[in-house]
Design a binder for this molecule. Structure first.
Ligand code: ADP
Length: 481
């Protein structure tokens, strides 16, 4: 029997994206469709989303959704059913989904995503005529209150829920003064409800109330049991042990396939790696780089999590090894300035673009030699998966999903033809520069390098297996309900 799932996310590619969550939320409906799951996605009505929705139908109205007027629009985008919460007072504003253009969070994010979750719980619970769901799948803190609202909903207006953690570092913590506005019963103000360190914890609430918890790789599922990675929620994760599992993200092969990618100057496959040279030449022009490599690329938020401070300190060494760097990213202003200064210092060897550019990220995967991911923690990571698919060899820190997806080029894996990248241990100057040196040496061995590229391109990180894992989980949750 088909399982009907409402997937609730604050971003979904290609409509609105700030990171990996959007890639996953955008790909999941197709991934599970093959396993008899009919998934509908609910998104907030940001201007960019409403613009893409086209001629949508209004299917529900809330005269007062936590105090704001709101309506639900239903349409199809990319062949998938989409629901959009149109609440102009909350979502119709210029800037990003979570903050203004200057990196400041919207001051009413607590209310914005409480209203979003309240609406989601209503919809999942059957409030909208003609829309029936068996299960709600909430992503990250922005949807964290969905399981809580469902838990406290009257009988007959609730469904089981799955809560997915895409990054434990973002928890959605708000002052206690918000609680009376949420419309939850007094009983919810407790340690087993939404209360967290004297405030309201949105992710915490979801983890407490969800029927099942997932995160985006098996290694991260283990890591968040410890204080270092659990970031305060490790006790709760351990307490819910039997309900937590790691399902590694897939990649959307419709968007990320080097043989068909319209962003590439020259499309290629594992059998025609020589065609990457034209992409490399295009990157040289785009980033004002000299000929000669190897070319490391970085496509990343410029933050401490991503180890970008360590990378910045290692740039002189990277250039000293004869390598080059093309970096695309935005984030911490000090890091942005630091990378721009490094590019000025190493003209022709280091190219930096501050900003966010989806097409450029494809061109970099298609023309770069190696993608550097020196993350201090990484729930799954997607850029290394795109690198694998594009013959852009991942050089990654040994943490989270990076452990689960990249096979380090050591003697045994090289001999077996299994190596797909380079891993290094601590995110320190020494470990990173060692990894860079190791990569440069591997690159010089053309046969070994090509074998690594080919092994990576052969590895299957499409959504097949993970789509089935989510579908199986939904089935188990419904059986247990
Ligand atoms: P996170 O979600 O923690 O930022 P992931 O590796 O899971 O990290 O996902 C990041 C996603 O965002 C990838 O699809 C990556 O290609 C994309 N991305 C990150 N920074 C940029 C950028 N500056 N321009 C274009 N795409 C970017």
């Amino acid at each position: 029997m088909t399982i009907r799932v409402l997937s609730i996310a604050s971003e979904a590619a290609p409509l609105v994206k700030t990171g990996g969550l959007a890639d996953v939320a955008g790909a999941l409906p197709n991934a599970v469709a093959a396993h008899d799951v009919a998934m509908t996605t609910l998104l907030p009505g940001y201007p960019a989303v409403l613009a893409r929705l086209g001629d949508a139908a209004q299917v529900h109205v809330w005269p007062s959704l936590l105090g704001e007027g709101a309506r639900l629009l239903a349409g199809m985008v990319g062949g998938q059913p989409l629901l959009v919460l149109d609440a102009p007072a909350l979502f119709a504003r210029d800037g990003g989904p979570y903050g203004d253009g200057n990196g400041r969070d919207w001051p009413d994010n607590g209310l914005r995503f409480a209203a979003f979750a309240r609406a989601a719980a209503d919809v999942a619970g059957g409030a909208v005529r003609g829309l029936r769901f068996d299960l709600a799948h909430a992503h990250d803190w922005q949807a964290g209150l969905v399981p809580a609202y469902l838990r406290y909903a009257p009988a007959g207006k609730s469904v089981p829920s799955v809560m997915t953690i895409h990054n434990m570092a973002f928890q959605g913590f708000f002052p206690a003064a918000l609680f009376p506005l949420l419309g939850l019963p007094d009983a919810a103000w407790s340690i087993s409800g939404v209360e967290y360190h004297g405030g309201v914890g949105y992710l915490k609430a979801g983890l407490e109330a969800a029927s099942a918890i997932t995160t985006v790789s098996p290694t991260y599922a283990r890591e968040i049991r410890s204080g270092e990675f659990g970031m305060g929620l490790e006790g709760l994760i351990r307490a819910r042990d039997g309900h937590v599992r790691g399902i590694v993200n897939g990649i959307d092969t419709r968007e990320w396939n080097p043989a068909t990618d319209p962003a590439l100057a020259s499309r290629f496959s594992a059998r025609s790696l020589n065609r990457r040279a034209a992409n490399r030449a295009a990157l040289n022009a785009e980033f004002a780089l000299d000929d000669g490599g190897p070319l490391f690329v970085v496509i990343s938020r410029l933050t401490w999590q991503k180890g970008m401070d360590v990378l910045l300190s290692a740039i002189d060494h990277l250039v000293g090894c004869g390598a080059q760097l093309a970096l695309l990213g935005s984030g911490d202003k000090a890091l942005e300035a630091g990378f721009a200064a490094a590019a000025a210092r190493h003209r022709g060897r280091v190219g930096v673009r501050i900003g966010y550019d989806e097409a450029a990220s494809h061109r970099m995967q298609g023309g770069g030699d190696a993608i550097l991911v020196p993350s201090r923690f990484e729930p799954c990571g997607l850029t290394q998966l795109y690198g694998l698919a594009y013959g852009c060899v991942p050089v990654v820190a040994r943490t989270g999903g990076l452990v689960d997806t990249v096979i380090d080029a050591n003697l045994a894996s090289l001999a077996a033809g299994a190596a797909t990248g380079v891993q290094f241990n601590a995110v320190t100057y020494g470990a990173l520069t060692d990894a860079i040196e190791r990569t440069v040496a591997l690159f010089a061995d053309h046969a070994a390098w090509t074998a690594i590229q080919r092994a990576g391109m052969k590895a299957d990180f499409s959504w097949g297996r993970s789509g089935k894992a989510y579908a199986d989980l939904y089935g188990q949750v419904l059986e247990a309900a």
